[in-house]
Design a protein around this ligand. Structure first.
Ligand code: ADP
Length: 398
């Protein structure tokens, strides 16, 4: 049973086609970029065949999606004979607000609710809706499922999600902490417990999803009880280009000084900040490390700030959970960056962590990186958000 997984952004579409009949098999994946710009890019990677790239103007999402469907069925570059072989479509949806605590089959009512969340997720949800409506036109008979970044965090207690501002802003405008990366946090916690033979309902876990976007979640008995991202994904850790937690007074001061509009402040805090902003060199951790090698002090500072932030959140969430059984590292940095993990894990002995430097020499694997006598376990776990979307989609449509 083939499932098409889509992640539609405002000017891009990421996709994967997975055969979910038995053990999931990736058939093809790719990316449409620069939708609406004078020149667009399309990259299609069919398994077992050559990569295929096209450069042409891609006016809108319909043109982009059309390219994807044609590539999937193309005689030379395709992986299926006809579109009838796509049995369902799963969409990654950034924001489900308070409406969705799990994935759902898309109906007109579900679309209305995703639409209602556009106001609080203007950078993401409108694009997701475009993707859904385009697929409804192109594959009208195929069921579609929505999988939300926010839904895993709907179990947060009130005390964790209410901000210290007048309550009316919550009741009237739904300003609160929502949290993101939910599919990844849930997936890696469950996968680790499966590997360890643990019953997740009895365990306290801290999951560190460290990629360009980064967030940390406290999971008690399998439920998210606190998470570092907030009303938007800009909160929490210092990230690649996002500022993370910052005194609102400082931001207002900057806006005043520089005469920034809200849109300009969004750009500053989302695209120009984080380790990129601190270092002035790069948002990519491999490039930052290369810069440090070349004596770049601000790149060194950026890496220090990042690791310090992660460590601080681990301490906070150990307090929230009253102890922790397992700390998981995932995402591009969490899975691959040996020195950043080392910087984070050194000095966690008060939590019963005995970090194993040798075991830490690992990239892109599911592995325990604490010593055998460590009371609190450390693990690297590879995440797979597309697989979560495909699995939820399969379970809802079969
Ligand atoms: P996104 O949030 O865009 O999905 P990723 O999870 O792909 O981001 O993470 C991107 C980050 O992971 C980059 O900073 C990159 O340098 C880092 N990264 C990826 N692979 C490696 C590696 N092999 N070694 C060190 N860092 C890596």
């Amino acid at each position: 049973m083939n499932i098409l997984v889509l992640n539609c952004g405002s000017s891009s579409i990421k996709y994967q086609l997975l055969d979910m009949a038995q053990t999931p098999v990736l058939l093809a994946k790719g990316l449409v970029e620069k939708i609406g710009l004078p020149m667009g890019n399309f990259t299609h990677k069919p398994e077992g065949k050559e990569k295929w790239t096209i450069e042409q103007p891609i006016a809108d999402h319909t043109v982009g999606m059309d390219l994807i469907l044609k590539a999937l069925t193309d005689t030379n570059h395709g992986v299926i004979q006809s579109l009838d072989e796509i049995k369902a479509v799963g969409h990654r949806i950034a924001h489900g607000g308070e409406y969705f605590s799990h994935s759902v089959v898309i109906t007109p009512e579900v679309k209305e609710k995703i639409q209602a969340c556009c106001e609080i997720a203007p950078l993401h949800n409108p694009a997701h809706l475009k993707g859904i409506e385009t697929m409804e036109r192109l594959l009208p008979e195929v069921p579609q499922v929505a999988v939300f970044d926010t839904s895993f965090h709907q179990t947060l207690p009130e005390k964790a999600y209410i901000y210290g501002i007048p309550y009316e802003y919550y009741s009237e405008y739904k300003i609160r902490k929502y949290g993101f990366h939910g599919t990844s946090h849930k997936f890696v916690a469950e996968k680790a417990c499966q590997i360890l033979g643990w019953n997740i309902t009895k365990k306290k876990i801290i999951t560190c999803h460290l990629g360009n976007g980064a967030s940390i979640t406290a999971i008690n008995g399998g439920k998210s009880v606190d998470t570092s991202m907030g009303f938007t994904p800009v909160a929490g850790l210092v990230m690649g280009t996002r500022c993370g937690d910052i005194d609102s007074g400082a931001l207002l001061y900057i806006c005043d000084k520089k005469g920034l509009t809200p849109a300009e402040a969004v750009k500053l805090t989302n695209k120009e900040s984080g380790v990129f902003g601190i270092s002035g060199a790069s948002s990519d951790f491999r490039e930052l490390e290369a810069a440090v090698e070349n004596g770049n002090k601000r790149a060194e500072l950026a890496l220090d700030v990042f690791a310090y932030n992660v460590k601080k959140y681990i301490g906070a969430y150990a307090a929230v959970l009253n102890g922790v059984d397992l700390i998981i590292f995932t995402g591009g940095i969490g899975e691959n960056n040996i020195s950043v993990r080392k910087a984070i894990c050194n000095g966690l002995s008060y939590l019963g962590v005995n970090f194993d430097e040798k075991a830490n020499q690992v990239r892109g694997e599911d592995k325990i990186i604490s010593a055998p006598d460590s009371r609190t376990l450390l693990m690297t776990i590879t995440t797979d958000e597309e697989l979560v979307i495909a699995t939820d989609t399969l379970n809802l449509v079969k």
